[in-house]
Design a binder for this molecule. Structure first.
Ligand SMILES: NC(=O)c1ccc[n+]([C@@H]2O[C@H](COP(=O)([O-])OP(=O)(O)OC[C@H]3O[C@@H](n4cnc5c(N)ncnc54)[C@H](OP(=O)(O)O)[C@@H]3O)[C@@H](O)[C@H]2O)c1
Length: 281
């Protein structure tokens, strides 16, 4: 069997089209939607990612400012900037881009982003709200997994989902989103014993680790739908966490690139217009 490819490209384009309509409506009504991305690094792949968000935002009619605090930024200076942006009524969405300077944790500074503007779910309060089923923006990547499953009509309710990776950015918010949708969730991590015996029983396997080729056919059961969140730069270009041979075993598989990534970017924009609509109301 060869896995059905679960592309995210066309779906992301449809999300961006909806965002463009909503952004135009907001601008007409006197509230041009505005997103600010704060950076504090010289990391090149991060710069590339930020410029791709900025381009997509501009194309959709969202003003996107990139505020670079430089690699010498401190916890206090970052928190101060995020507090000022949170208080600025012309800014509707705020992203604190990683990596951060050595020793600074995202959750520590992201506490200063108001929950209403926290369009990538980085404030621990947003994660807490998700956990108890209250409205909050989820991490765009975690939500992209849910949206992709829905878009491709993969049932979530009652399904056993194995999430490999437990970061605050992907694995943990995703586990809550899945629980909120009545999935049975197993969260695996680097200390999980005998990973394949857990993952090969799952209806849906989500790989969010950051290790090329970690997930092999041995991890995948019959009829398993595999969502590959991983993005790993290799000599062969960008690859996911799922080994190419896995396509022979999985029933469906997201490509890398072209799967979760474009949907993530589109959802950041959707969250921004949603935030602007809510802040205007
Ligand atoms: N497509 C997108 O839009 C998008 C967005 C964000 C991230 N990503 C990609 O997603 C991947 C994960 O990102 P992240 O920020 O969540 O990474 P992270 O913070 O490094 O977390 C990685 C997770 O994988 C677990 N892990 C490491 N080795 C493992 C192993 N051998 N077996 C099982 N679990 C293992 C770790 O376990 P411990 O907790 O025990 O250390 C940790 O929970 C990366 O490739 C990243 O580039 C993609």
């Amino acid at each position: 069997m060869t896995a059905k490819p679960l592309s995210g490209k066309e779906f992301a384009a449809a999300i961006r089209a909806d965002v463009t309509t909503r952004a135009a409506r907001l601008t007409e009504a006197g509230t041009p939607p505005r997103l600010t991305v704060v950076t504090a690094t010289k990391d090149e792949s991060s710069a590339w990612y930020v410029s791709s968000i900025a381009k997509a935002a501009t194309k959709a009619g969202i003003t996107c400012d990139v505020l670079d605090l430089g690699p010498d930024a401190t916890v206090d200076s970052i928190r101060q900037t995020l507090r000022e942006l949170s208080a600025d009524p012309t800014v509707h969405g705020i992203i604190m881009q990683t990596p951060l300077p050595d020793g600074i944790r995202l959750d520590n500074v992201a506490e200063a982003i108001s929950v209403e503007k926290d369009v990538d779910g980085a404030n621990p309060a947003s994660l807490g709200r998700l956990a108890v089923g209250r409205p909050a923006f989820a991490s765009a990547t975690a939500e992209a997994v849910i949206e992709l499953l829905d878009h491709h009509a993969v049932p979530i309710s009652g399904s056993h989902v194995a999430v490999v990776g437990r970061s605050a950015v992907v694995g943990k918010p995703l586990a809550h989103l899945l629980l909120n949708r009545d999935a049975t969730v197993t969260v695996c991590h680097s200390r999980t014993r005998d990973l394949p015996t857990i993952t090969d029983r799952a209806d849906i396997l989500v790989a969010a680790v950051g290790r090329a080729g970690l997930i092999t056919p041995a991890h995948i059961g019959k009829n398993t739908v595999v969502i590959d969140v991983g993005t790993n730069a290799t000599d062969d270009g960008l690859v996911g966490d799922v080994a190419p041979e896995a396509a022979e075993t999985a029933s469906a598989l997201t490509p890398v690139p072209g799967g979760v990534g474009p949907v993530t970017t589109a959802l950041l924009l959707r969250h921004t217009v949603q935030a602007a609509e809510q802040q205007r109301a």
